[in-house]
Design a protein around this ligand. Structure first.
Ligand code: R7I
Ligand code: MG
Ligand code: MG
Length: 349
């Protein structure tokens, strides 16, 4: 049976945290043999491992800020969200933040700051960051807002607090939309799922700023749509190698080279795959596969984990995995509270 909506909400945020914590092991690795991934995963099931738990990174730290802000304000409030990012960074600066975004987070801490979107706009010579830091924390927008337009609008604004390049904030919208559709059960029809995402991204990439950014960065006119079409082509193939996925879609810290990749991981792992244990459910396969790509593994697994968790629900996630990762209980609690908010009639616009 399809999971209930509350189970999907919890699966989304817990899946996101698991991807971050479990994926941290291989972040930045160029070549990750599947054997090493499976070894890392089977260690999670080992009770004799002691109390050592895998720590979450900036991906989860910022996702928690997004969720807490939406819950407290019961709406998108840019000043509140920016303040939480700044405060989180100053309390725990060692969570592995991107080297550029640190400057933004420091400026956001200033009480004299008038426009909270301004520090992000000063990044990288004035174009803003195209990193995946907006996308990695985008899942809660899909849990807080019901309409697709709101999910899109607020996930972009939330990303713009640190990522003002259209590649950065459109990547966040793509990730939030993927979680949104997954919550609705849309992964039951994978082809339609990807077609819907392409249609949404066509709207976003028509925008003049998006066109100018794409040109300035020597990309195709509709960069996300182009990648999503590649995802579709890869889905149609009987066998795809890790190398092909990396060269077609990427595995880097850039949003363009990681958000479509995370979506591909989820789609590819909807069915059992060679090399992955038969006892693995879909969410376990998705996280394992994300790690095997190497590169920005914590973030790709975090984004894929959120989309997959929304599809399979909380009951698909092994207890041993949940117990091995920092911040799972908090994420579960945030998801339940976002569900209550989502069910409030006054929250509908
Ligand atoms: O995007 P961001 O928050 O980083 C997120 C990543 C995730 O993998 C996390 O797990 C964590 O490890 O970091 O941080 P930014 O500093 O905005 O962007 C990340 C990196 O992308 C930067 O440090 C740059 O190396 C690169 N980058 C750019 N390089 C050149 N020109 C981002 N935007 C640009 C750019 O416009
Ligand atoms: Mg990280
Ligand atoms: Mg990362």
């Amino acid at each position: 049976a399809a999971p209930a909506m509350l189970s999907r909400f919890r699966g989304a945020l817990v899946g996101s945290v698991l991807g971050d914590c479990i994926g941290g092991e291989f972040e930045g690795a160029v070549d990750v043999p599947l054997d090493r991934v499976l070894q890392h995963l089977s260690a999670l099931e080992d009770d004799t491992r002691g109390d050592a738990i895998l720590q979450y990174s900036d991906d989860t730290a910022m996702m928690r800020c997004v969720a807490n802000s939406l819950l407290t304000r019961m709406a998108f409030d840019e000043r509140d969200m920016a303040g939480r990012f700044a405060n989180e960074y100053s309390c725990a600066p060692g969570r592995g933040y991107g080297s550029g975004v640190i400057q933004v987070l420091r400026k956001l801490a200033s009480p004299h700051l008038k426009d909270v979107f301004q520090p992000a706009q000063a990044q990288f010579g004035g174009r803003g960051s195209f990193g995946n830091g907006g996308a990695m924390r985008a899942a809660p927008f899909a849990l807080a807002f019901k309409s697709r337009d709101d999910v899109c609008k607020y996930s972009r604004l939330g990303a713009m607090l640190t990522h003002s390049c259209s590649l950065g904030y459109n990547g966040a919208a793509l990730q939030a939309l993927a979680v949104h559709l997954s919550l609705q059960g849309a992964l039951a029809l994978p082809k339609e799922f990807i077609n819907k995402l392409i249609a949404e991204m066509e709207e976003l990439e028509k925008d003049e700023t998006a066109q100018l950014d794409a040109k300035a960065l020597y990309l195709s006119e509709y960069p996300y749509c182009t990648r999503l079409h590649r995802v579709k082509e890869l889905m149609d193939r009987n066998s795809v190698s890790i190398e092909e996925v990396i060269s077609e879609l990427g595995n880097s810290i850039a949003a363009l080279q990681s958000v479509p990749t995370a979506i591909f991981c989820v789609l590819h792992c909807l069915e059992p795959r060679d090399g992955l244990p038969e006892r693995f459910g879909g969410l376990e396969r998705t996280i394992a596969y994300s790690l095997a790509l190497g590169g920005d593994t914590d973030t790709i697994a975090c984004m894929a984990g959120a989309i997959a968790g929304a599809h399979y629900g909380i009951d698909s996630i092994p207890q041993s995995w949940q117990k091995s990762c920092e911040g799972v209980e908090e994420a579960d609690d945030l998801a339940s509270r976002l569900y209550d908010l989502y069910c409030l009639p006054q929250f509908e616009e």
